[in-house]
Design a protein around this ligand. Structure first.
Ligand code: GDP
Ligand code: MG
Length: 163
């Protein structure tokens, strides 16, 4: 069974951009994953020879304005529950936001293995970019650029080690 990696974060942080980069044209049919529901975006990524399944969640969008836990779209909750590891994406350009803290608290409670990723870090000093996000208490953040591909390989390698 391929490990399942869910991409989670507030709107506009680059989840779909990362999804597209990881899966390229390899959009997967999920017929061989009967346990997984179909109303999300699934694709297959590959690290070397090793395939993994990526889930692009959009479910936080209507949610984060108010209390996260009750109002979080069920599909995102389910994607997290089904994931072997969660890539939690934040935005280097915007920095830490209250929504990021809410999502972090939620994700921590789920007990899923988490990889904290600071996206849109191209052209920025990675060690500086990640500093603010240590306060989320999710360990060492990875600085990446989904748009340019920078840092993505190492980040995926780490996420798959957690899975
Ligand atoms: P989502 O709402 O989390 O799925 O975010 P999207 O993938 O739709 O991206 C939101 C916006 O951020 C788009 O304008 C993307 O082009 C932009 N974006 C995504 N990744 C990067 C990145 O690595 N660097 C920069 N500068 N912009 C990015
Ligand atoms: Mg999206």
């Amino acid at each position: 069974m391929k490990p399942v990696i869910a991409l989670v974060g507030r709107p506009n942080v680059g989840k779909s951009t990362l999804f597209n980069r990881l899966t390229r044209s390899r959009d997967a049919l999920v017929a061989d994953f009967p346990g997984l529901t179909r109303d999300r975006h699934y694709g297959t990524g590959r690290l070397g020879e090793r395939p993994y399944l990526v889930v692009d969640t959009g479910g936080f969008e209507p949610v984060v304005k108010e209390g996260i836990v009750q109002r979080m779209a069920q599909q995102t909750q389910q994607a997290v529950a089904e994931a072997d590891a969660v890539i939690f994406i934040v935005d280097a350009r915007e920095g830490m936001t209250p929504q990021d803290s809410l999502i972090a608290n939620y994700l921590r409670k789920t007990g899923r293995p988490l990889c904290l990723v600071v996206n849109k870090a191209e052209g920025m000093k990675h060690s500086t970019v990640v500093t603010d996000f240590y306060e989320l208490g999710l360990g060492q953040p990875f600085a990446i650029s989904s748009a340019h591909g920078e840092g993505v390989h190492d980040m995926v390698e780490h996420a798959l080690e957690l899975a």
